[in-house]
Write a protein that binds this ligand. Structure first.
Ligand code: ZN
Length: 406
């Protein structure tokens, strides 16, 4: 009985194995199709050959030696395949790299011999390398270690494959032992504090690039939120310094925003389902004191302003009604940092700064909307309908994308 079960399982796995080969072949074909499509597309701007700032350029997504293709293609590809802009750009880049720089590895995928993630990993890791070096890597990984053995890449695990690629990246990047230099520099990191008599302390120090990048991103993010949401008008430097302070007072603690109704007659706050509430009560309710209390925003209300710049309250309303996501189909960028308030009908074409004529877009999709043939219409609060340059129609409602017409 046991032997019979084992035999059945092997039979079923033989099917799984065959289907795996079919999937690999289909992946190769999909990437060839995408690369061919991309190379045939032209940029959206017409007229002068000179590209103005913000307009669509042509970029070699696949790395040196791959064809330059229009910069906004990931927007169309992502919307069509249901991928975020990041995932779409990665798929496009990998497709172009494999077709134009790694033909041997792509051939292995086409024969069903290797998993797609492996060849895509090589494509991504070697993107910045010159074509001559990539050609060697392609040849080495696709060749068998010895006669009759499978190609090298088939036998490598994720980490050993990474080692092989890293070896080439290092050989390319460090004529003089970059590793030692890095090691010495990391050993010299420090942080020093020098308190002054005026109530402030000077901080100096050296961090790893990675830590410094993360810290600066956090400070910028909090500083932008203080300006956009809390209406803090102090300089960016002061807000960044305060953001660092908040990090220490409430380490790792996200700020809680509590939306309350304000009763002008009695001068009291009340929260939904709770009734009248004081600041102390709010603190004990959420378990910590890092609370911002804000009046409830009616997501259906039409907020209007006469100027071009959206007031913090409109920004906050858009953020809430879009679930903190960019309003472009399938875009999964979150947060307020780098998000632009886009006038659906441009301001200089008479579009007002109102709830019904604005939405939040990430910087990339703001440029796509401004400089390409994508057209948007705001159909309800938190709902934008998009028409792609090729006539596909999508509805993005509160962060969820639906394809309405192809
Ligand atoms: Zn976006």
């Amino acid at each position: 009985m046991a032997a019979e079960t084992w035999f059945d399982t092997r039979e079923e796995l033989a099917d799984a194995l065959a289907l795996g080969v079919t999937i690999r072949r289909a992946e190769a074909e999909r990437m060839r199709t995408i690369a061919t499509w991309a190379a045939s597309r032209t940029t959206s701007q017409r007229g002068p050959a000179r590209v103005l700032p913000g307009q669509e350029r042509r970029v070699p997504f696949g790395g040196p030696g791959s064809p330059d293709v229009p910069e906004f293609l990931p927007a169309e590809l992502g919307a069509t395949l249901g991928l975020s802009a990041f995932a779409a750009q990665k798929l496009l880049s990998d497709s172009l790299s494999l077709v134009h720089r790694l033909p041997d590895l792509l051939a292995l995928l086409e024969q069903g011999e290797v998993e797609a993630w492996k060849v895509r990993m090589v494509a991504a890791a070697t993107r910045e390398l010159p074509q001559s070096v990539v050609g060697i890597i392609d040849c080495q990984l696709a060749a068998p270690a010895r006669r009759g053995a499978p190609p090298r890449i088939v036998r490598l695990t994720r980490s050993t494959l990474q080692d092989v690629v890293d070896h080439h990246l290092l050989a390319q990047a460090d004529p003089a032992q970059t590793t030692d230099v890095h090691h010495d520099a990391q050993a010299r990191r420090y942080v020093a504090f020098k308190p002054g008599l005026d109530g402030t302390t000077d901080i100096t120090g050296t961090l790893s690039n990675e830590d410094a990048r993360r810290l600066e991103q956090h400070l910028d993010h909090t500083a932008s939120e203080m300006a956009d949401i809390e209406g803090d008008t102090r300089s960016r430097g002061v807000r960044r310094a305060e953001a660092l302070g908040r990090l220490v007072v409430h380490p790792g603690l996200a700020q809680t925003v509590l939306y309350v109704h304000f009763d002008r007659v009695s001068g009291t706050w009340s929260a939904d389902d709770i009734g009248t509430i004081s600041a102390d009560e709010a603190e004990s309710m959420v378990g910590h004191g890092n609370i911002t209390i804000k009046p409830v925003i009616d997501l259906a209300a039409e907020i209007t302003t006469t100027g071009y710049v959206a007031p913090p309250r409109l920004r906050e309303q858009l953020k809430l009604s879009q679930r903190n996501l960019c309003a472009f189909p399938h875009c999964d960028r979150r947060g307020t940092t780098g998000f632009d308030v886009d006038h659906v009908t441009p301001h200089d074409a008479g579009g007002a700064t109102t709830t019904s004529n604005t939405h939040l877009l990430c910087r990339y999709h703001h440029r796509v909307k401004t400089h390409s043939q994508w057209r948007a219409a705001k159909t309800a609060p938190g709902v934008t309908t998009w028409t792609s340059p090729t006539g596909q129609v999508f509805e993005v409602a509160h962060g969820l994308t639906t394809r309405l017409r192809t």
